[in-house]
Write a protein that binds this ligand. Structure first.
Ligand SMILES: CC(C)=CCC/C(C)=C(\C)COP(=O)(O)OP(=O)(O)O
Length: 395
């Protein structure tokens, strides 16, 4: 793929799935990998890590498409397309989502743009295991509450984001996500905050909906992931407050914490099964899963790089600052990092699937499908299109 205009390039890069890997993870493993050796992974239950495992066929980059004139080349994105695209279901979820946003009071005066971002479609695409609109809506409410916090507290100065108060705002929000049991008269004051602050109200309402479908352990891991997310947003606020562009490694730590895991963590919840805590929290499973979440958020960076406000960070911007390279070169490097994370995820998921339970295999397969649905949403949402830049990205 020739590198020409950067914005056009990222649009093509994400939309073109002609040479994307299959959305069926088992097929990807079969086609590109070699069967994991039982001896290499037998420590799964007992404790030997998979970090030393390497599956060369999986990890190798495929050939890039060369541009004869410029000599530039750009790797294809190693990410599947969607497993299911049901526009009517997506619309139903989105309509209910926007009605809910109005009810709780988030995105005031911006509901039309919220509708056009089509987060209902995101959730329909990423959770192909269910066609139950109410389950999908529960996850959609959570993701929009998260996005509202990101937009209004962290990223968008025009919407009131202020790095000086990010910490206290997120701490109060945390008291909603993992309810703080205060005593009177303070508990009434906290209750009032939960009612009057729209983002707090959104989180409380979304989580009340979510618990209809989660086990105690599934809810706990969602809360844990929120804590991690809030830590990362504080880190971002620190960069903003101190007007500091982080080095690449530090940015990647942040994107590891501020990844797509919060919505991805619900794949089994929405599909109606539960990956046991023993497997979910196994460090090797956690490692593979978090790599997938970080990779996919880099895909978000690729897409949103041209639409983000000045005080938002993305990997191409940070790479260009550190290496003094062009934006196009930084995009290419971002794709390479994304692809390496994704290939490592596949290799490790393959190894772990060979020795884990059928539920773990399913969890990895659903994770892979989530990544494919997310790619499709990024390629089609109005959030990362030119119209958004004229009025500001957020609605
Ligand atoms: C909003 C959400 C799903 C939380 C988890 C990760 C996260 C904060 C994002 C994917 C949003 O990251 P970013 O701020 O880069 O997203 P936008 O480009 O602003 O949409």
């Amino acid at each position: 793929m020739a590198i020409d205009d950067a914005a056009a390039l990222t649009a093509i890069l994400l939309a073109d799935t002609s040479s994307a890997p299959s959305v069926d993870l088992a097929k990807v493993i079969e086609e590109t990998g070699r069967p994991p050796l039982a001896s290499a992974v037998r420590g799964f239950i007992g404790g030997i890590g998979t970090s030393a495992l390497r599956f060369p066929a999986l990890l190798a980059e495929p050939e890039t498409t060369k541009d004869g004139e410029s000599g530039d080349d750009m790797p294809e994105l190693f990410c599947p397309g969607p497993l299911r695209d049901d526009p009517a279901l997506g619309k139903e979820v989105n309509d209910r989502l926007v009605a809910w946003a109005e009810e709780v009071g988030i995105y005031p005066g911006r509901l039309d743009r919220l509708r056009s971002c089509d987060f209902g479609r995101l959730i329909m695409l990423t959770h192909p295991a269910t066609d139950d609109p109410d389950r999908l809506l529960a996850a959609a409410k959570c993701v929009v509450a998260e996005w509202a916090a990101d937009d209004y507290y962290v990223d968008e100065v025009d919407l009131g984001a202020d790095p000086r108060v990010v910490g206290s705002r997120l701490a109060l929000l945390h008291a909603v996500v993992d309810p703080a049991p205060l005593l009177e008269p303070y508990s009434s004051q906290l209750d009032e905050f939960r009612e009057v602050e729209p983002i707090a109200k959104a989180f409380r309402s979304a989580m009340r909906h979510l618990v209809r479908y989660t086990s105690t352990a599934q809810l706990a891991r969602f809360q844990h992931q929120m804590s991690i997310l809030f830590v990362a947003w504080n880190q971002e606020a620190d960069w903003n407050a101190n007007r500091r562009t982080p080095p690449v490694w530090e940015y990647l730590v942040q994107r590891h914490l501020n990844s797509y895991l919060p919505p991805m963590i619900l794949v089994d919840v929405l599909a109606g099964y539960e990956l046991s805590s023993t497997e979910f929290y196994d460090p090797r499973v956690r490692r593979a899963f978090t790599m997938a979440g970080a990779a996919n958020v880099l895909l978000n960076d690729l897409y949103s790089a041209d639409f983000e406000s000045e005080n938002d960070y993305n990997l191409p911007r940070v790479i260009a600052a550190e290496e003094g390279c062009s934006h196009k070169e930084a995009l290419k490097r971002t794709v390479e990092i994304h692809n390496e994370l994704m290939r490592t995820f596949v290799a490790e998921a393959a190894a772990l699937s060979a020795v884990g339970t059928p539920t773990l295999r399913r969890f990895f397969a659903d994770t892979w499908a989530w990544l494919g649905g997310s790619r499709e949403w990024h390629a089609t949402t109005a959030r990362y299109r030119n119209e958004a830049t004229t009025e500001g990205k957020q609605q």
